[in-house]
Design a protein around this ligand. Structure first.
Ligand code: NAP
Length: 249
C-alpha cells in the first residue's frame, strides 16, 4: 500500500485507461478523484471498482478544457480529502481527419481537451502542491502518435507532442520542489477510443507491433502506479512508451 494517505486526481477516469489507472492507484492505497465530463454512469462503475479494490474515491464532473471546472475539481478534492499528491492528465479525445479536410473545430476540440486540458489541471493543482511542500507527481498520458506523428491525426499528434513539451518544461520548473513530471506514451491500447477504428487499420497497426498483440489499459496503469509511487522519485522529465515495442528510439 505504497500510496496510503496520498490523494490522486485522474482525469477522464470514466472508462478505458483512466479507469484502469484510478483503480490501480486505489489498490495501492490512494484516495482517487474520478473525473469525467459526460459519462456519469460509466464513472460510477469506476467508483464501484475503486471501492471493490478496498479504496476510497469521489466522482467529479469537469470539462478539463474549462479552467473554472478544473479549479472546482481541485476544491472538491480538497474538501473531501484535504490534500492532493498525484495528478494524472489522461482525458483525451480524437477527431481524426486528414489536414486537407480537417475543420477548425476538429483541430480546436482536440487541442482544448488533450493539451490545454492538462495545462488547466496543472494550473489548478499547482498552488496546493507547492503549499503542501511534500513533493508530488504529475503523470501526463501522451501517445506514440505524439512521438512519431500519425496520418489523419495531425490535431491529436500536435496535442500529444505538445504534452511532451509541457511535461519536460514542468519537470524543470518543479524539480526543485521534488515534484516529478513524466509522460507515458501508450501505443495501441484496447479501449473505446480504438474500438471505432476501421478493421483494416487495426490489422495494419497490429502487424507493426513486435510483441504481436495490442495493449490493455492495465499495461498503462501499472506504469502510472510506479510513476506515482516512491520508487520513481529520481525519474523526471521522461517520456516512457508502453507500446509492445512499436517505437524504439
Ligand atoms: P476513452 O476510452 O475514449 O476514454 C476517454 C476518457 O476521457 C473518458 O473517460 C472521457 O469521459 C474523458 N474525457 C473526454 N473529454 C473530456 C473532457 N473534456 N474533460 C474530462 N474528461 C474527458 O480513451 P482511452 O483510450 O482510455 O484514452 C485515455 C488517454 O490515453 C487519452 O488521452 C488518449 O489520447 C490516450 N491514449 C490512448 C491510446 C489507445 O490506444 N487507446 C493510445 C495512446 C494514448 P467522458 O465520456 O465523460 O467525456
Amino acid at each position: 500500500m505504497v500510496l496510503v494517505d496520498k490523494v490522486a486526481i485522474v482525469t477522464g477516469a470514466s472508462r478505458g485507461i483512466g479507469r484502469a489507472v484510478a483503480v490501480r492507484l486505489a489498490e495501492d492505497g490512494a484516495a482517487v478523484v474520478i473525473n469525467f465530463s459526460s459519462s456519469e454512469q460509466a464513472a460510477r462503475e469506476t467508483l464501484e471498482a475503486v471501492i471493490a479494490a478496498g479504496g476510497r474515491g469521489i466522482l467529479c464532473r469537469a470539462d478539463v478544457g474549462k479552467p473554472d471546472d478544473c479549479e472546482e475539481m481541485v476544491r472538491s478534492a480538497l474538501d473531501n480529502f484535504g490534500r492532493i499528491d498525484i495528478l494524472v492528465n489522461n482525458a483525451g479525445v480524437t477527431r481524426d481527419n486528414i489536414v486537407a479536410r480537417m475543420k477548425q473545430q476538429e483541430w480546436q476540440e482536440v487541442i482544448d481537451t488533450n493539451l490545454t486540458g492538462a495545462f488547466n489541471c496543472v494550473k489548478a493543482v499547482m498552488r496546493t502542491l507547492l503549499k503542501q511542500k511534500s513533493g508530488g507527481r504529475i503523470i501526463n498520458i501522451s501517445s506514440v502518435v505524439g512521438l512519431a506523428g500519425g496520418s489523419g491525426q495531425a490535431n491529436y499528434a500536435a496535442a500529444k507532442a505538445g504534452l511532451i513539451g509541457l511535461t519536460k518544461s514542468l519537470a524543470r520548473e518543479l524539480a526543485g520542489r521534488q515534484i516529478t513530471v513524466n509522460a507515458i506514451a501508450p501505443g495501441f491500447i484496447d479501449t473505446e477510443m480504438t474500438a471505432v477504428l476501421p478493421e483494416n487499420l487495426k490489422e495494419a497497426m497490429l502487424a507493426q507491433i513486435p510483441l504481436g498483440h495490442v495493449g490493455k489499459p492495465q499495461d498503462i496503469a501499472e506504469l502510472a502506479a510506479f510513476l506515482a509511487g516512491g520508487g520513481s522519485s529520481y525519474i523526471t522529465g521522461q517520456v516512457i512508451s508502453v507500446d509492445g515495442g512499436l517505437i524504439m528510439a
